[in-house]
Design a protein around this ligand. Structure first.
Ligand code: ZN
Length: 241
């Protein structure tokens, strides 16, 4: 597991945009363990990005972080993960809250892009699906089984590198609610329950935000989670099962 260090205080000036400050865990809430070079972070008007310090990549990163914060995520930059055989995540994030009032656990190692796809899916599909179950149910927690993991697809050593090995995949294992019992991802087809309807709905909608969606019934490797990733394929092909 990667050694994680909070680096939120090392953000560039552009990252001080008000929305971002709201999302970055430990910034401005007095609970951060500030590294020695930390500068005080004062919420306020966003200064212009410094062209000397930020390239297009940094600009995209800042935009991603700002959007994540806007969606209610709370997250922190963690140290780059360098694995063997092409594994690794150069700019990983630990996301502890994926939407307003919705925790994500345990700790993650995700790219910002993957975190953002997850946050959008939660906002657009999971939160409404929870509400639609009725009885005052409100989504409050999402649990995952794996984010970053240096391995081949389906844990096969000779297979092509999994998206997990790049920090662009997440295995969703369950959902927690206020006003409803937790729903674990499992084979539910044919049961005719509201939980089956919920799982079907969020799984189908995930294909709008991820390019790979594999879950129970697809194969033996995915009986207890929804595998979601951002694999890039020719002509934008999506593999949703
Ligand atoms: Zn997976």
């Amino acid at each position: 597991m990667a050694n994680r260090t909070r680096r939120s205080a090392g953000l560039g000036a552009a990252a001080l945009a008000a929305g971002l400050v709201a999302g970055m865990t430990g910034v401005g809430d007095g609970r951060a363990e500030e590294p020695p070079r930390a500068k005080p972070v004062r919420p306020g008007p966003a200064p212009e990005a410094s062209p000397a310090r930020g390239g297009a990549k940094d600009g995209a990163r800042t935009a991603c972080e700002r959007e994540l914060a806007r969606l209610g995520a709370r997250f922190e930059r963690i140290d780059p993960v360098i694995g063997e055989g092409g594994c690794g995540v150069s700019r990983p994030y630990n996301v502890r809250q994926i939407a307003h009032g919705v925790s994500l656990a345990p700790d993650t190692i995700l790219t910002c892009e993957a975190a953002l796809a997850t946050a959008r899916w939660v906002r657009d599909a999971v939160v409404p699906a929870a509400r639609a179950m009725g009885g005052g149910a409100r989504l409050s927690a999402i649990t995952h089984a794996t984010t970053y993991d240096c391995r081949g697809r389906n844990n096969q050593p000779d297979a092509k590198l999994s998206e997990h090995a790049k920090g662009t995949a997440i295995d969703i294992s369950g959902f927690g609610f206020v006003g409803h019992e937790p729903i674990a991802v499992m084979a539910r087809a044919g049961r005719g329950t509201i939980e089956e309807a919920f799982q079907r709905a969020v799984r189908a909608a995930a294909c709008l935000h991820f390019t790979t969606v594999i879950g129970p019934g697809a194969d033996a490797f995915h009986d207890d989670h929804l595998h979601l990733d951002l694999a890039r394929r020719s002509r934008g092909y999506r593999l949703c099962q």
